[in-house]
Design a protein around this ligand. Structure first.
Ligand SMILES: N[C@@H](CCC(=O)N[C@@H](CS)C(=O)NCC(=O)O)C(=O)O
Length: 217
């Protein structure tokens, strides 16, 4: 195996799907390792030896492991600068771009998980995100700049947010404002999104069939 090899651990219709879309947009070669969640492959020792959290996405590039959506996005978009999906260091957009990639994991994810589980959020001053309404207000205000998070400039952050907002509105967690709907539809209209949807659907069907066979049903 060449040291430069990029290995991507993925399972269909999961948070790894937006990394699959990023890789499609980066148009770079990688080795796809598919985990069948229906068979619990993410909790098997073979995968826990790679990512002890038993979660996807995970990538291994040049022998180093990267996990956590925000970090995977920052890493990949920087690793393949020719595709211009990341404002480089020195670009005035670099800070806002990093802010939005990290805001996803540090504010949006805990806010939407609390909301979906109907969990009482921590008191405003102790919560990592303050309160759900503030998180949504910040997102809607940013999207008013449109068509992308940073106006006319499409970046890797749009892939993460476009996919995340589509899923979370579909599940009724995030209120579908006109700004949010127009935004995720714009991202979902990209050819890369259609390719990912096809891969997700095909693989999930195969995984479900394998799981049904394994359980004898
Ligand atoms: N903190 C992780 C969360 C990743 C995550 O929750 N992945 C889910 C799929 S959407 C997973 O792998 N779940 C498998 C399991 O927990 O068994 C990240 O930001 O990447």
């Amino acid at each position: 195996m060449s040291d430069d090899k990029l290995i991507f651990y993925y399972s269909p219709h999961t948070r790894a799907s937006c990394v699959l879309m990023l890789l499609e947009e980066l148009d770079t070669p990688y080795e796809l390792r598919v985990l069948n969640f229906q068979l619990g492959e993410q909790r098997k020792p073979e995968y826990l030896a790679i990512n002890p959290m038993g979660k996807v996405p995970a990538i291994v590039h040049k022998g180093a492991l990267v996990t956590e959506l925000g970090a995977v996005f920052i890493y990949l978009a920087d690793a393949f600068p020719d595709r211009k999906l990341a404002p480089p260091i020195g670009d005035p957009l670099r800070g806002p771009y990093l802010r939005w990639l990290v805001y996803y994991g540090s504010a949006f994810e805990p806010a939407t998980v609390d909301r979906s589980l109907k969990r009482e959020p921590a008191p405003m001053t102790r919560s990592p995100y303050g309160d759900f309404e503030s998180v949504m207000a910040v997102i809607n205000a940013q999207l008013k700049e449109g068509p992308y998070l940073f106006g006319e400039r499409f970046t890797a952050a749009d892939i993460l947010w476009g996919v995340a907002l589509r899923w979370t509105t579909a599940f009724g967690i995030v209120p579908a404002t006109p700004e949010i709907t127009a935004y995720y539809e714009r991202i979902a209209a990209r050819p890369s999104a259609a390719r990912v949807a096809q891969t997700d659907d095909e693989l999930l069907k195969i995984h479900q069939a394998l799981a049904a066979k394994a359980s004898g049903s």
